[in-house]
Write a protein that binds this ligand. Structure first.
Ligand code: EPU
Length: 438
């Protein structure tokens, strides 16, 4: 598919779009199917490239995947799970970080797993040290080789007690997917408790797992000998929903995001309102709109759930370029998530990035040479530009800037946006945007 989008901006987005299952849940639920002794059914699955990547990885490991893409249904049959060739995994994984989550299930089923070099968005180093340490603590042997990392389980994995240095989403998922079939009890402290993780726990419980989520980020898992398949409808994508909300605000528009749900978006909704956006929670979704008048500057800090998600930050920063006064955004989840602001500056935004922790408490990136705070001064009109998409969320933010800017922008590398935004070109057209893909 062509990789360039021409955006003739300056028109408020208006109309409705539908969001389906969360990218950051669906891919993990697909991996969980590997743990079952019978087929699983996953519903509300979006047509995004990451789903295609995980489908391919599962197929390489002998899982039969039947998809009804329109209906958004996947049937995953893990009856004939087998080892895959290292080179095939590597070639297929592309920029996805999902292969690391195959480790626990594969160790239980086959006694070994292989992880190629891991990709993902260019938003910092994104190490996997927590993941490897977790696997070691369960009794796996980790062997770093030239082509990647080979992991094996000399005997059945054993439940353990682990405390994460930081409530990492991926590491918490790694632990869950491994502990459910390990022998004995596992206790995780400082766990991530994002809604996508709660939905993964719901899936595992349907499969037969015993998991309790206690107060203060403690999760306890009692290992079981056998899990069955699951039948589950994915929670909706709150990152995509917030992206459309920010697009509505930045363009002065009015967008009904069908499928968006309030409980998972409470923190975003509070911030959206503080900036001067309005919303209406309906049975079929949430309508986000610019009520007229000036937008207000804010001080914002990203954080793990229930804080303001790092993935909401980039789209909202574009809207903040249209707010009156100085906004301060402190990014505390990733050390390097302001690279996308360079293109915004080129379009006329006034944004400065700083190494200091601004606008909030000290975070683990303070005094460490990371440009992880941004000061945005607005409002500034945005001008059309020729932009290259840097990563998934940064790319969507560039798209929002192009939609808000007067004139025709050329946005290159939009294939990256297909990783996580289902049919975004069609959705833009449905919202009245003047865009064409080349
Ligand atoms: N970290 C480590 N060591 C590890 C793992 C993580 O130091 O072994 C650090 C990371 O470098 C980062 C922090 O911990 O600074 C948080 O990372 P986390 O593990 O929570 O992130 P992730 O699981 O790799 C998922 C989403 C991201 C989302 C984050 C935070 C998926 C596939 N990705 O990443 O989504 O930003 O959680 O909510 O679920 C996106 O959708 O565009 C995206 C980047």
């Amino acid at each position: 598919m062509a990789d360039v989008l021409y955006v003739n901006g300056g028109t408020p987005l208006s109309g409705s779009v539908r969001v389906r299952g969360a990218k950051n849940f669906v891919s993990k639920a697909m991996v969980a199917a590997l743990l079952g002794e019978s087929p699983s059914v996953l519903r509300n699955v979006p047509q995004i490239r990451d789903v295609g990547v995980v489908t391919g990885l599962l197929e390489l490991h002998g899982v039969r995947v039947d998809a009804d893409a329109e209906a958004g249904t996947l049937v995953l049959d893990p009856t004939d799970v087998e080892s895959a060739h290292v080179a095939d995994i590597d070639a297929h994984a592309g920029s996805s970080r999902i292969p690391i989550l195959f480790c626990g299930p594969l160790l239980h089923r086959l006694g070994e797993a292989f992880i190629p070099d891991l990709g993902g968005c260019r938003i910092g180093d994104r190490p996997i040290d927590y993941h490897l340490e977790i696997l070691r603590q369960f009794g796996a042997v980790v062997d770093k080789r030239e082509q990647g990392i080979h992991i094996r389980a000399p005997r059945r994995l054993q439940g353990t007690r682990i405390s994460l240095p930081y409530p990492s989403v991926g590491a918490t998922e790694q632990l869950l997917l491994t502990a459910v079939r390990a022998e004995g009890i596992t206790e995780l402290r400082n766990a991530a408790i994002e809604p996508e993780i709660m939905d993964l726990i719901a899936v595992l419980q349907k499969m037969g797992a015993i998991i309790s989520v206690d107060t203060d980020r403690v999760i306890r898992i009692e290992g079981v000998d056998r899990l069955e398949g699951f039948n589950h409808t994915a929670l909706s994508d709150r990152i995509e929903a917030a992206s459309w909300a920010s697009a509505a605000l930045a363009t002065g528009g009015d967008v009904l995001v069908e499928g968006a749900t309030q409980p998972e978006m409470m923190t975003f909704l509070n911030t959206f309102r503080k900036v001067g956006g309005e919303f209406e929670v309906r049975d079929d979704g949430i309508r986000f709109y610019h009520p007229g008048g000036d937008l207000r500057s804010i001080v914002l800090e990203t954080d793990v759930h229930p804080g303001f998600m790092t993935d909401w930050q980039q789209p909202l920063v574009v809207a903040l370029t249209q707010a009156t006064g100085l906004s301060i955004v402190h990014e505390t989840v990733y050390e390097n998530r302001f690279g996308f602001t360079e293109a915004l500056r080129g379009m006329g935004a006034t944004i400065q990035v700083y190494k200091e922790c601004l606008g909030g408490g000290e975070c683990r990136f303070g005094q460490r040479n990371f440009h992880h705070s941004a000061v945005i001064s607005g409002p500034t009109p945005l001008a059309a530009a020729d932009i290259e998409v840097p990563d998934l969320r940064g790319g969507f933010s560039h798209l929002i800037a192009a939609l808000a800017a007067k004139g025709t922008s050329t946005v290159r590398g939009i294939g990256l946006i297909d990783r996580g935004y289902e049919h975004f070109g069609d959705k833009l057209l449905a919202l009245g945007a003047d865009v064409s893909r080349d």
